[in-house]
Design a protein around this ligand. Structure first.
Ligand code: 6CS
Length: 345
């Protein structure tokens, strides 16, 4: 497969399907079945750790009947492309961050609402993995797009990496914040006082360097591996959002899986929930240490509860905006999440 990767870069998605078929056929002539898994992140990332463990488990459990091929970020396009390739069956599985998925599925944007989550990440993760309302409401919205929601998990706190110290909403005046392409996230940063600039992940480093944007927001592991810390001066924990991603499958493919393969898949997804939760904590800690070591001048700022409260109050209208965008199902989803997450607030 690796020999084909370079070729895949830069070609139009319309020929990806044919190319993947040729690559897979030559690489896995004896494989009974190939499951292609797309990542929105590079090698070494949280999504890569997830996919590598998924591959080990599936190939082991199926005793060679299934081969999992992992396509990391840059091989097949942007996040939206991966979702489209999964919906049309070219990929069988993909990661889809809710911030980006929300442009296609408004309900997915619920997880981007500021200060939605509780302060207890064990509890937040349990809700993401098991809450029935999520899998009914968001699950049904995805089925309408030929996609199946396999799971959702946390990748870490969203940290603002900026070229200016931001402690209060007025500090965001004349500040351009790069955001993922989601109408709700754009609106959120406008409410917080900034100008929101949506752009693909691959353009963030260059845009920070060229001062096209003044900051961006992502978990620490991403700020390290994408080198955003090299072109920003502050890391600011505002407690505002947690990076949430989903694992999606092609719905028709999932339904047509033979029962033993479906069992292996469901079992593996369940087993990976506690594993990836621990792994993302560890990776975020290691990468924070790596940033401190390579750039001792980086300022690490944790907003106080009082400072966070100002951002929380000013962004409250986003809840109404979410309901307006996603209608009655979205409202039900938000109410269910508020109830499930309130116990630990
Ligand atoms: O900021 C983004 O666009 C991306 N951030 C992460 C950590 N993963 C994928 C997503 O596309």
């Amino acid at each position: 497969m690796m020999k084909c990767n370079k070729f895949l870069k830069g070609i139009s998605l319309s020929v990806v399907w044919i190319t993947l078929s040729i690559c897979s056929a030559s690489a896995n002539e004896n494989a009974a079945e190939v499951w292609r898994f797309g990542l929105e992140e590079i090698e070494g990332s949280v999504q890569d750790i997830y996919a590598q463990a998924f591959k080990r488990k599936i190939e082991d459990k199926s005793q060679g009947e299934i081969v999992v091929e992992i396509y990391s970020y840059g091989m097949l396009g942007e996040s939206e492309d991966l979702t489209n390739l999964t919906a049309n069956g070219t990929l069988q599985l993909t990661h889809a961050s809710v911030g980006i998925l929300g442009a296609q599925i408004p309900e997915a944007q619920v997880f981007t609402i500021p200060y939605l989550f509780s302060n207890n990440d064990d509890h937040n993760q349990a809700v993401l993995a098991n809450n029935p309302a999520i899998y009914e409401i968001l699950g049904n919205a995805l089925i309408d797009q030929d996609l199946r929601l396999m799971t959702l998990y946390l990748e870490g706190d969203m940290v603002w990496s900026t070229n200016k110290l931001i402690r209060k909403p007025s500090d965001f005046a004349q500040f351009k914040m790069r955001v993922m392409n989601s109408s709700l996230v754009i609106k959120t940063f406008e409410l917080l006082g900034a100008t929101a600039i949506p752009m693909p992940y691959s353009q963030v480093y260059g845009s920070l360097q060229a001062h096209i944007v003044n900051g961006q927001t992502n978990p620490i592991f991403s700020i390290e591996e994408m080198k955003f810390y090299e072109v920003t001066e502050y890391l600011i924990w505002a407690g505002q959002q947690k990076f949430t991603t989903s694992v999606l499958a092609n719905q028709a493919w999932y339904l047509a899986l033979p029962a033993p393969h479906k069992l292996i898949l469901n079992e593996t997804i369940e087993e990976l929930t506690p594993y990836i939760f621990e792994q993302q904590i560890a990776l975020n800690n290691t990468q924070l240490a790596a940033i401190k070591k390579s750039k001792p001048s980086m300022a690490l700022i944790r907003l106080t509860k009082k400072e966070q409260a100002l951002f929380k109050t000013i962004s409250t209208p986003i809840r109404q905006q979410f309901i307006q965008n996603s209608g009655q199902p979205g409202q039900r989803l938000l109410e269910a999440l508020d109830k499930a997450l309130a116990t630990e607030k």
